[in-house]
Design a protein around this ligand. Structure first.
Ligand SMILES: [Zn+2]
Ligand SMILES: [Zn+2]
Length: 241
């Protein structure tokens, strides 16, 4: 019927009418012809996988190379999507940023950060030199106990009759208000406005694999050279640093 790895399930009374598609290898019924054909093939190269393999695992790989290739491709796609999402978010220029800065949730940056540290160590770069990352501004929320919530929760957790109520709430509120002021911890939430690190375009151009760091390397060296140039100028013109 076809070259596909598919069993065509037909209507008994209308043998020409295909009503479902199953994988020829594991015989599971799949959503459609394409899914049934893909079911027991290597996700990367399409090679038919031999039975038996783990039936619960819908799509496997024929080799470690294929699994790795698929992972890399997925990483690249993810990075591309992230870059597109970043491009759409509102931008502020880094000189205008007064709030703390966050790179939370950006694993890609974290891996680069580690690399940058290692690389700067190799270069014996100045101690305080650091690359400016792609990051967002933050909103800082100090640790804060909400008295209303706390009292309500206390009722919910204990066994009280419906009509039970607290009295002298204002006393507790006044106390907790003072107590909240003494809290030193805080939580940071990333805002969606992206900091525009003009002059630092490298992040979008670095692939996730560690062999292709050339653009980042070049950018670090450029920034280091810039720092050195500024310092030399300062010395030459006698500007105190
Ligand atoms: Zn299958
Ligand atoms: Zn394969």
């Amino acid at each position: 019927m076809s070259d596909l790895d598919v069993i065509y399930l037909a209507d008994r009374d209308n043998p020409d009418k295909v009503v479902a598609h199953a994988c020829k290898t594991c015989r599971f019924v799949r959503c459609n012809e394409a899914d049934a054909d893909r079911c027991c093939r290597c996700k990367e190269c399409g090679t038919l996988l031999p039975m038996p393999h783990d039936r619960r695992r819908r799509i496997g790989f024929c080799s470690q190379e294929c699994e790795k290739a698929e992972c890399t491709r997925r990483d690249l796609e993810w990075n591309k999507k992230q870059a597109e999402a970043r491009a759409k978010r509102p931008r502020v220029h880094w000189e205008e940023v007064k709030s703390p800065v966050s790179n939370d949730g950006d694993n890609y940056f974290e891996s680069i950060d580690e690399f940058v540290d290692d690389y700067l160590d190799q270069l014996e770069s100045p101690e305080d030199f650091s690359l400016q990352p792609i990051a967002t501004t933050c909103k800082v929320v100090p640790a804060h106990l909400d008295v209303g919530d706390a009292l309500e929760n206390a009722f919910e957790r204990g066994e009280y009759h419906e009509g039970a109520y607290w009295s002298h709430e204002d006393e507790l509120e006044a106390f907790v208000a003072e107590w909240n002021k003494k809290q030193t911890s805080s939580t940071w939430w990333a805002n969606n406005d992206l900091i525009d690190w003009t002059g630092y375009p490298w992040l979008d151009h670095c692939p996730a694999d560690c062999e292709s760091w050339a653009p980042l390397r070049a950018e670090i060296e450029r920034q280091l050279a810039e720092e050195a140039r500024k310092e030399a100028q300062g010395v030459a013109s006698g500007t105190p640093s």
